[in-house]
Design a protein around this ligand. Structure first.
Ligand SMILES: Cc1cc2nc3c(=O)[nH]c(=O)nc-3n(C[C@H](O)[C@H](O)[C@H](O)COP(=O)(O)OP(=O)(O)OC[C@H]3O[C@@H](n4cnc5c(N)ncnc54)[C@H](O)[C@@H]3O)c2cc1C
Length: 295
């Protein structure tokens, strides 16, 4: 007798996930109208404070943070359901909010000491500490292990950083720059990196604007480090182990990048569907033509 070994898997959303999706859809429909997104793209290099505060109020920055720090410790599917709705409206807003919620919460929560978590996580959840991740350098991003040359030299109770980063999203407004530097000289490259939390206001930090062809309401900029002194307490994670550590942070972040593609594609599809039903030609909506029905 053949045994039926099929397992029924339910890929549908739970009731709670549907509520998250609906809540963020309504929120984004209200706060990210096409007119407002266009206004931002033509006038600002980062979403205005009022919009930032609305994301704080809806709990966006606490989504991934542990409950003891005021967060909701939501799972990845739940977080991405919310994120998709933002991506459908504005890639810039998704980037702007995403670097603090994604890089900020994850770097601190995964790699931080108890003191660092106590210091930074509540501030992130309350929207009072913006951050960014400074990894890419002018020498290259894909081959970052070969390209990274920004160096943090140990000097008594601090590290002194010299070098340059490029394309760093949100660094021009970030309070803390999560910066990956080389700290070791005579070891394998993969064992030579360390991560630091560098205050953007630190002496020797300079930001340079990069003109982009899109996503103007969330700049990605250059950072120059000229003898920037960082106390040893701002070392994040284990010295020399950052290459391996940032993989644990960056792998889930790729899911968020994929959601940008999903969100943008869904938004285009919905806009096209609406357009072919509204637009008339030859006495009726163009949606009745066979070529358009193929889609
Ligand atoms: C909008 C935006 C935001 C960004 N935000 C951040 C940020 O917040 N923080 C940060 O650290 N970085 C950020 N980056 C930088 C990003 O991570 C790099 O652009 C990326 O890693 C690619 O590096 P690169 O631009 O130097 O291109 P390169 O590494 O020089 O690559 C150039 C081209 O060669 C191709 N290529 C390279 N190697 C291979 C290979 N082995 N096989 C096939 N093709 C290959 C690449 O796909 C690419 O098309 C951002 C970039 C953009 C565009």
């Amino acid at each position: 007798m053949r045994r039926d070994r099929r397992i029924n898997m339910d890929f549908g959303l739970t009731e709670e996930q549907r509520i998250i999706q609906d809540t963020f859809k309504s929120f984004c429909d209200k706060e990210l109208s096409w007119e407002y997104v266009r206004w931002m793209d033509e006038n600002v290099d980062f979403p205005p404070d009022e919009l930032w505060q609305k994301f704080v109020d809806i709990g966006f920055f606490g989504a991934a943070a542990p409950e003891e720090y005021g967060g909701q410790a939501m799972g990845w599917v739940d977080q991405m359901l919310a994120y998709e709705q933002i991506c459908k409206k504005s890639m810039s807003v998704a980037l702007a909010m995403g670097v603090t919620s994604g890089f900020g919460v994850r770097f601190i929560n995964e790699l931080g000491t108890k003191e660092q978590k106590d210091k930074y996580l509540p501030l992130i959840v309350e929207g009072k500490w913006k951050t960014c991740m400074a990894l890419t350098e002018p020498g290259g991003g894909t081959d970052i292990l070969g390209a990274l040359s920004t160096f943090a030299e140990e000097k008594s109770d601090r590290f002194v950083i010299n070098g340059q980063k490029v394309f760093i999203t949100g660094a021009h407004v970030a309070d803390g720059l999560i910066t990956i530097c080389k700290t070791e000289k005579d070891v394998k490259k993969a064992k030579s990196w360390s991560t630091f939390i560098v205050p953007r206001e630190a002496k020797g930090v300079t930001i340079g604007k990069i003109d982009k062809i899109s996503c103007h309401h969330c700049d990605s900029v250059e950072i120059f480090f000229d003898n920037v002194e960082v106390p040893k307490e701002e070392l994040l994670g284990t010295r020399g182990n950052a290459f391996y550590e940032i993989m644990t942070v960056l792998n889930p972040e790729r899911i968020a990048v994929a959601m940008m593609g999903v969100g943008i594609t869904a938004a285009i599809y919905e806009a096209c569907m609406q357009y072919v039903q509204d637009r008339n030609a030859f006495g009726g909506p163009i949606s009745r033509f066979q070529i358009l029905q193929n889609y």
